[in-house]
Every structure is written in C-alpha cells, then in structure tokens.
Design a protein around this ligand. Structure first.
Ligand SMILES: Cc1cc2nc3c(=O)[nH]c(=O)nc-3n(C[C@H](O)[C@H](O)[C@H](O)COP(=O)(O)O)c2cc1C
Length: 207
C-alpha cells in the first residue's frame, strides 16, 4: 500500500476513562461499528468501575457486550489499559483519530503534562506528536482552574475539546436522545457518517 493510499476499513482508537457518562462511550462505540469503523478500545480500571455503577455491565475481555444485537464484534479489539507496547501505541499502527470518551480530568491532566503511563495516555501523546486527531470529551462539574488550564493546554497542543454537554434544540425525549446528540458530534468531528441522529435542519422538521 502506498503511503497515500487509504485503508479499506477506517480505524480509530477509543479510550474510555473513569468520568461519569459511561453511556457516551457505549453509544460512540455502537455508532462507530454501525458505520463500519474498526475500533481499538481501551478501558481504564476506573472506567470499568463507572460502567458497572452506571449501567450494571461488567466488562471483562469481551467487548461484544457493549454492542447492539447483530453488530459486528470483529471490528472491535479490546486492549489492556496497562499495555503501553500494544500496536495502537505506535505511530505506524495508530488509527486516524484518538477519541477519549468520556475523559476524566485526571487523564486530561496526565496528557496535558506529557504523561504516557498507560495505553490511553500513550495513544493521546502519539496522536499529538504525529499531528493525528485527538478528541477529548471531558465531564466534570464544576470545572476548577487546574481543569480549565489543562484543557486549554490540550487545545493549544492541537486537541479538540468537546465537552459532554448535549444540545436541546432537537427536542430530546429520552436520555439516549441526549447522549446520542453528543456522540453524533464526536463522529462528525472525525468526518464519519452516522444514521442514528439526523443532521440539524434549522428546526424545519419541527415547524
Ligand atoms: C462513579 C464515579 C464517577 C466519577 N465521575 C467523574 C467525572 O465525572 N469526572 C472526572 O474527571 N472524574 C470522575 N471520577 C473520578 C475518576 O474516576 C478518577 O479520577 C480516576 O482516578 C480516573 O482514572 P482514569 O483517568 O485512569 O480513568 C468518578 C469516579 C467514580 C467512581
């Protein structure tokens, strides 16, 4: 394959850290797989705990329990959080984007200060140094000054900071409508088409 050729299957890195909002990760994963995108998936220990507290799901080695019935589980590879030598940690094997959904302010701080102590931080550092897309979805409230400083550092370094703060202009009826609104934005930032959330039409469909 020549350097300019695009691979047949698009591939992204989805890192999940221990911020509240486990559903954001689950729905982003489902939308990526529905779009035929291969996913290198990493859950931190804290993310596994939050997933269990918020959804009762216990993630062991099989990521298919995060997918919808009938989705192609072969598109998802779950890597150990501590495996800093796993292929997605290298510039040559990293996919086209690193998505941290949701991203704890602890992981934000680590990346902002150059830490690469686990696979999630390492993938983020590689994305920054290689000029690849890094998209961070922080969730914390309120945000303290160190949080804001660290998020600003990431934006300054080239990351896209997309807070987990859904819009309401599409008249959501369910929690999932709110979650999907954020997840659709995440995919839009990566130019990945999804069919779950219609594009905003200026409110014409609600008139
Ligand atoms: C139920 C629960 C909810 C949490 N919510 C948040 C949150 O919304 N934002 C955040 O930054 N940290 C939150 N934390 C704290 C992080 O999980 C903690 O800082 C952890 O060390 C993050 O590790 P990680 O970044 O390696 O996943 C939460 C922890 C628990 C147990």
């Amino acid at each position: 394959m020549s350097p300019a050729a695009k691979p047949d299957v698009r591939r992204v890195f989805l890192g999940v850290s221990g911020a509240s909002g486990a559903l954001y990760a689950v729905r982003t994963l489902q939308m990526l797989v529905a779009a035929g995108v291969a996913v290198d998936l990493v859950y931190s220990g804290a993310a596994r705990r939050v997933l269990q507290e918020e959804t009762s799901l216990i993630l062991q080695d099989d990521p298919s329990l995060l997918l919808e019935d009938g989705q192609d589980a072969s598109l998802v590879k779950l890597w150990p959080h501590g495996d800093i030598g796993a292929p997605p940690a290298s510039g040559t094997a990293l996919g086209e984007a690193v998505l941290l959904v949701p991203c704890s302010l602890s992981t934000v701080a680590g990346i902002a200060h150059g830490s690469a102590a686990n696979l999630l931080e390492r993938a983020a550092q590689v994305a920054l140094k290689e000029g690849r897309k890094l998209l961070v979805v922080p969730r914390e409230a309120p945000l303290g000054r160190t949080h804001l400083d660290n998020l600003s550092k990431l934006a300054w370094a080239g990351a896209t900071v997309l807070p987990a703060s859904p819009g309401f202009y599409h008249q959501p009826k369910t929690v999932l409508d709110l979650v999907d609104h954020v997840c659709a934005k995440i995919l839009a930032c990566c130019d990945i088409e999804q069919t779950q959330v219609p594009a905003w039409d200026g409110g014409l469909s609600q008139a």
